[in-house]
Design a protein around this ligand. Sequence first.
Ligand SMILES: N[C@@H](CCC(=O)N[C@@H](CS)C(=O)NCC(=O)O)C(=O)O
Length: 234
Amino acid sequence: MSDTIRLFDLAGADDAVRFSPNCWRTRMALAHKGLPVETVAWRFTEKDAIAPSGQGKVPVLVVGDLWLHESWDIAEYLEDHYPQTPSLFGCAQGRATARFVNQWASEVLHAAVARVVVPDIPAALHAKDRDYFRTTREAAFGRSFESLAAEREPAREDLRRTLAPLRSVLLKQPYVAGAAPAYADHAVFGAFQWARVISPHALTAADDPVTAWVERMLDAYGGLARSARCVAAA
Ligand SMILES: N[C@@H](CCC(=O)N[C@@H](CS)C(=O)NCC(=O)O)C(=O)O
């Protein structure tokens, strides 16, 4: 019998509000492979709960005695250890290209989305996380949440420009990975699901091809992402 898979998944004050872009990558990858998972609601300050992983960030995936972290490493683990399930990458070249897409999303897209949504996050956090979140994020941005919130519109404009290559690709094909979603899509989609769950501010216009792709991703895997609890709708 295969081991139960557990995922430590970032939650807000409400256990059902799961808003981490990196955890959503893993949730989508597990769904793609048809692997059942038990998610564990985790807060930023609950470092002890994931200490066996040797670091302090989620996603953390626990399979038997194995504690895995880093969303990209988790994706590779799932691909290599469950070869009988649908592939996340398709082939060696697909894996290499997905690695680039993943890195672009982590370094460029997440930073651009953060400027739009981060000021909305404290209101949804568990009380025990609020000071930690403000202190660490304001230090990272070098500015207050209030000043970030005041510049949300220019941040959205910058994000729209950042999305230009994604938009161009999605005008030619329905998914980043081609005809069907795969890990390159999961890697990018996490950022959109982050915003959708935690913020009332739309990232893209209704007629943007990126919006149509987000809708397709929300419907994928039996509507897993669409069924997620959103703060704005709560
Ligand atoms: N490169 C890591 C990034 C993980 C990460 O930054 N996770 C955030 C949640 S999205 C976290 O757990 N932060 C904990 C903290 O800031 O203390 C990955 O892709 O898994």
